[in-house]
Write a protein that binds this ligand. Structure first.
Ligand code: PSV
Ligand code: MN
Length: 431
């Protein structure tokens, strides 16, 4: 282990040496191209080097659908092994220094100890995610017909207590955000009173909110459907912002890119939430149909770019502040999760870097003058620029790999883990 990271540092150095000549050439050429547009490549590189996105602990295992899960030999079976895989991702790409844990999936008896293990692997923690969308063995009350919005006060009490426990765990892990997604809703018209369900949500959420320490945020994650297919209590950004405004300044909205109706303009939602000081964070992923949980930027990298374009607008006009939590939330059903996380982190940073290249003065002028094509070209010119040499130089400069996926494959990590780790089960996974 070099620097506490799992992969042999000399392998990374050796492979980087082989790639450096071509990389420096491409970087110099891109630098000249950008200089002609009045952009300093080094400034962009330092912004990219300072960028980070959290990886989900649950994303290190093979995901699944409601139909099946196909386990991968050597995938992690517990939080310690998940952290090892997250450390591999961070070692190679250097923009994923934090892990977002999910409870009770990642439950241990000693959280101070867990934080130390993570630190020894070069990792910290990000937002804690609560789970009242499943029943756990030995749980007193079932969430079958709801959790924070249940008609049964004892169920609501249990769900609130779990969220407060997550806050306590988060404190021990050095975290400052609690992400709350509930699956509560109905499958039949008439099954529940749509108004009173929301009232019960607000009441339960207020109890969680009251337990937030200073400096903490409660990130409310909405999702249009699934597991409730007729009505979902927190179905959209409207319900989310209403709840966040009702609760107070520590409550913010979290946008999971897969949680909207097809063709919804997500970048506009980003702008709206920021306008009212309620933009809390993101779960990045991609989709064709709904909550597909595909790899970030794999289907529609342009949408990711447009989201980052709004984020950079928000950063330039912070109003009451700009500090969204960036996380990945995907289900890796057919790939090695480490490779998917590497590819996704790269896609997210690429969207960020391209958005940095937008000529904002040209864009503003074109918008003011209603010069539609000039405004569009301000975005298009940035989007079609190949920023990969900037990302690679930032990565290598931070000690990462010039080509993360090739280096990962050369390391033989998964084969070694297949020999060392116990096999994971094949029960149907989370979507
Ligand atoms: C729900 O679909 C979700 O996006 C929430 O973030 C959950 O915590 C996560 O997925 C579970 O995989
Ligand atoms: Mn999510």
């Amino acid at each position: 282990m070099a620097n506490g990271f799992p992969i042999d540092g000399q392998l990374i150095e050796r492979l980087n040496e082989g790639a450096l000549g071509a990389l420096e050439d491409d970087y110099a050429s891109l630098g000249r191209q950008l200089a002609r547009r009045g952009i300093d490549v080094e400034t962009i590189r330092s912004r990219v080097a300072a960028f980070s996105v959290a990886v989900p602990s649950w994303g290190t295992g093979r995901g699944g659908t409601r139909f099946a899960r196909f386990p991968l030999a050597g995938e992690p079976t517990g939080i310690l092994e998940k952290l090892e895989d997250c450390a591999v991702v961070q070692q190679l790409c250097r923009i994923t220094p934090r892990v977002s844990p999910h409870f009770p999936w990642d439950k241990v008896s000693d959280y101070a100890g867990l934080r130390e293990v993570a630190a020894s692997l070069g990792l910290g923690f990000d937002a804690v995610n609560s789970n009242t969308f499943q029943d756990q063995p030995g749980q007193k009350h079932s969430y079958a017909t709801g959790s924070l919005t249940s008609t049964d006060p004892a169920v609501r009490e249990q769900a609130v207590a779990h969220n407060i426990e997550c806050i306590d765990i988060g404190r021990a892990l050095g975290v400052r955000d609690l992400t709350v997604w509930i699956g509560d809703g109905t499958n039949f018209p008439g099954q529940q009173d749509l108004g009173r369900s929301f009232d019960r949500y607000l009441d339960s959420a207020a109890q969680i909110y009251a337990a937030l320490p200073d400096g903490w945020r409660m990130l409310i994650e909405h999702k249009m459907f699934e597991p409730a297919f007729y009505s979902t209590v927190i179905a959209d950004w409207g319900s989310s912002i209403l709840a966040a405004q009702h609760l107070g300044p520590k409550a913010r909205c979290l946008v999971d890119l897969g949680h909207h109706a097809p063709n919804v303009n997500i970048e506009q939602i980003v702008a709206r939430l920021h306008r009212f000081g309620k933009l809390g964070g993101f779960h990045f992923n991609d989709s064709s149909y709904g909550d597909d949980d595909l790899d970030s930027g794999s289907v529609n990298p342009h949408r990711l770019f447009l989201v980052f374009n709004e984020l950079l607008e928000a950063e330039r006009n912070p109003r009451d502040g700009f500090d969204p939590a960036y996380m990945i939330d995907q289900s890796h059903n057919v790939t090695d999760p480490i490779e998917s996380l590497l590819s996704s982190a790269e896609a997210i940073a690429t969207a960020f870097a391209k958005a940095l290249l937008v000529d904002r003065d040209m864009l503003k002028t074109a918008q003011e003058e209603n010069d539609v094509m000039a405004a569009f070209q301000a975005l298009r010119t940035a989007y079609r620029t190949d920023v990969s040499p900037i990302l690679a130089m930032a990565r290598v400069g931070a000690g990462g790999a010039a080509d993360p996926i090739a280096t990962y494959r050369a390391s033989g990590w998964r084969t070694a883990m297949a020999a060392r780790r116990r096999p994971a089960g094949s029960t149907a996974g989370i979507v």
